[in-house]
Design a binder for this molecule. Sequence first.
Ligand code: BES
Ligand code: ZN
Ligand code: ZN
Length: 482
Amino acid sequence: MQITLEQVSPKEYEGNVVFLYGNEVADRNLPLTKKEIEYLKERRSADAYSIVAFDRMPYHLFVVNFDAYTPANENLEKIRRSADKVVAMLKEVKQDSVGITGEGTIPEEVVAFLEGMMLADYSFDRYKSKTPAHVEHVVVDPVYLKQEELDRSLRLWNRIYWCREWVNLPVADLNAAGFASELEDIAKDLQVKCTVFDKKKIESLRMGGLLGVNKGSVDEPRFVVLEYHPADAINVKPVALVGKGVMYDTGGLNIKPDDYMREMKSDMAGAATMASVLFAAADNHLPVHLVALLPMTDNRPGFNAYAADDVLTMYDGTTVEVVNTDAEGRLILADAIAYAVANYSPELVIDAATLTGAAVRAVGTYGIVAMQQKAENPFNLLKIMGNQVYERIAELPFWNEYDELIKSDVADIKNCGIAQAGAITAGKFLAHFAKTTPYIHLDIAGVAFFSKKQEYYASGASGYGIRLLYSFLQTYEVTQNK
Ligand code: BES
Ligand code: ZN
Ligand code: ZN
């Protein structure tokens, strides 16, 4: 989808038009008869967010209603959802271009509409013999935004696009080595330093979690470090972004039964999300010092696969009793978090991981399950930004009692607790490795990959969390006035 800035006046424009109608004074600019305006008003009063389509052969006029008095974040989200509907309506009438204008409309609303269109127009086409229809060309009236602002948004949306591509790719076409080298290629074109550790290096670092999970695989693991350190950074010590990169999760010897294995190509969404966030920050020169730590391997029951009862020694020396080989994400993340803390002294560690089915059961597919340790201020900012961009956060308790559930008889801790509070004990396991560093854990298991279409997300990878973390970093400065 291409977006260009050109004047769009609904009465003269030769093409399909979207008219964002937020405000009553807008009528006079609409190419509608009195009767049509009456009809429009009826529809508006019945449903403030209705979309009214007028057939203007060979084109269509879509009046996208909204209520400017709805709280801003909800209004913007409803506008994104309307954009999804308009994308579907355009495809229905086999049109691939549209001009966008409105009246009583502010730039944020236009950007939200464009964002909704961008997200909604995505589909994973790589294996389709015949490429599905897309909206090819969107023209936006330049009264709403400048080229530079549009470009900044486009760069962010491009990162979301690539995150979705990576997550949708099956492991047969994207293993740890392949993913690492893709990231290396992207970093070359940006002000980002990329270091890739191969198996030998990972062995020399004694990352027992990553190596343990990798034991059943024919594919080597990778550990990727991305660093973005702009000269004008507002923070001296970096923010560390840690992402779960399980390229495929079979469960290992505790193999996933029935169809529980399906969609587990998405188990590297955390790594894809964190790489995308760091790249977007670099694309748009955000003044924040960042480092991303991305452990990558698949989890398989082959060869000499690690087994329940094994004891692994992690990067920081902590010993871990393996109780279930399907709780693998926390093992590779533990090494990454410990490595971040020991080598970068970050002021904040955030991880993103498709970590637990328990998180999905807790809030479904409507938000991220999150926990924090010693990170109240940045966590509050993250919550606020979550509501703003509508990638929301549900906080779970992190009481000391939960620590008891992961104590082990044979090692320091074990990799899973009891059947209850599974998302929390997973978070507690990770928090052990953050030690005293402020730490935020994001369990994205419910939102990284949708089994069926949800609002403006097609089925498959969503890129959920990138807009959240990007907007968090954009406003990160407010946490610096300590
Ligand atoms: N990758 C899964 C979690 C998951 C489940 C992500 C569903 C997305 C959708 C993770 O590695 C896992 O298998 N977790 C286990 C942990 C258990 C063995 C303690 C789970 O949640 O069942
Ligand atoms: Zn698992
Ligand atoms: Zn997993």
